[in-house]
Design a protein around this ligand. Structure first.
Ligand code: C5P
Length: 402
């Protein structure tokens, strides 16, 4: 799991946004993290410590001491890999900036030796007050990382800046900033994903069922290994969870070809996962083609093969991988593809009754390496498959260096 063994300390202060911390704790625990929680006394009015202790599997602390014991704030700050204060109310933000230690949350913050991330939450006018701006600047000067607020409906009923970021956003912010591996640091990776649309006229196109799920998961898996990632994507409903991934939206195979080839000079790893249309209409009509009583013969021409082009023009240290979707003679066809397209490996997807690839959450792959050796993998979620592919490529690149 993504966060197995990672220790995250969450500080919750008194804000209506505290309800979001419940979902955040759930996301972090599900991803394998160990989560401990400290609340300010005011936070207990907004969210129940019982819910939080149940979800985090840890006692939730709110007081510096009770009649039997003293909460060891120093130990908590040293235990964590990262401390997140979410929500950080205007009051808590101000105390953090000025070093005021009047509750357990503040004592833990002030004694934390781990990195600290802060997700502010307040009404728009407080957010835009110069005092808040000054406090945020001070926090940044202490190397605390600020998680941007969002614009939207606020507790006051007004719309504006100051909403705490959503749990999913904070979850991915923490991963991007504190838990990326450095295996592919400084490596530039390009991934293609999704289908292409080949226009017939302004309203019609030829395409396929590709959802883009696999390519997006691969782009994120490369990013989590430390790479600088560009994702060139045809039209899909997928979202990219990490804003540092450079997303280039294209529609047609020609646009995808241009977007990839123009970037290839400084690319280290290219993985072509897109289901690029093989044929496109010879001409695109300027106006919607009218329905007639007769049949319609459509003339199609071959699209440019992006993988073929980058394979033919491969530079010495580039690693190029492609996909193959085969329904018969899978391995033989995949090996042919490997040779013809001069790829360093081909990831074979089989489209049969046990393994329907398009739109599915699971996938079963075989990777054929440059020596034509087949590496078989179990059926897994596309995220896990993406991790397998990226680990395989890392092992190949490392082998080549030896
Ligand atoms: O030749 P075929 O389309 O079966 O090869 C599939 C592989 O080639 C995939 O990696 C796909 O992304 C890539 N491809 C491409 N450009 C095309 C057609 C396929 O990059 N025009």
């Amino acid at each position: 799991m993504l966060l197995t063994g990672k220790k995250i300390l969450i500080g919750i202060s008194g804000s209506i946004a505290a309800y979001k911390s419940i979902l955040l704790v759930r996301l972090l625990v599900k991803a394998g993290a160990q989560v401990k929680i400290v609340m300010s006394p005011a936070a207990k009015d907004f969210v129940s410590p019982l819910v939080l202790s149940t979800l985090s599997n840890n006692e939730v602390l709110a007081d510096l001491s009770n009649k039997n014991s003293w909460a060891n704030h120093v130990q908590l700050g040293r235990w964590a890999d990262v401390m997140l204060i979410a929500p950080a109310s205007c009051n808590t933000l101000s105390k953090m900036a000025n070093g005021i230690c009047d509750n357990l949350l503040m004592a833990v913050y002030l004694s934390a030796t781990c990195p600290v991330a802060v997700a502010p939450a307040m009404d728009e006018d407080m957010w835009h007050h110069p005092a808040t701006k000054r406090n945020l600047d001070l926090l940044e000067s202490y190397n605390n990382r600020l998680i941007p607020v969002q614009n939207g409906e606020l507790a006051s009923g007004l719309f504006g800046d100051g909403r705490m970021a959503e749990p999913e956003y904070i979850f991915h912010f923490l991963i991007a900033n504190y838990f990326r591996s450095s295996s592919l640091k400084n490596k530039k990776v390009i991934v293609t994903a999704g289908p292409t649309y080949e226009l017939l006229d302004p309203v019609r196109f030829i395409s396929n069922h590709s959802s883009g799920k696999m390519g997006y998961a691969i782009a994120e898996a490369f990013y989590l290994q430390g790479a600088d990632v560009t994702l060139v994507t045809g039209p899909t409903n997928q979202i990219v969870n990490f804003s540092a991934i450079d997303v280039v939206n294209v529609m047609s195979s020609n646009e995808m070809f241009d977007a990839v080839t123009v970037r290839m000079d400084d690319i280290d790893i290219a993985l072509m996962c897109a289901a690029v249309a093989d044929y496109k209409p010879v001409a695109i009509a300027d106006n919607k083609i009218k329905k007639k009583d007769t049949n319609w013969q459509l003339e199609l021409e071959k699209t440019k093969d992006i993988l073929q082009f980058i394979g033919d023009n491969k530079k010495p240290n580039q690693f190029i991988a492609g996909f193959a979707l085969e329904t018969n003679n899978e391995k033989e066809n995949a090996i042919l593809k490997l040779k013809n397209k001069k790829a360093d490996c081909i990831i074979l997807n089989s489209l049969n009754k046990d393994n329907s690839v398009f739109g599915a959450d699971k996938n079963k792959i075989t990777i054929i390496d440059s020596l034509e050796v087949a590496h078989n993998f179990e059926s897994k979620s596309k995220r896990e498959v993406a991790n397998d592919i990226v680990s395989f490529i890392i092992s190949k690149i490392t082998d080549e260096k030896k």
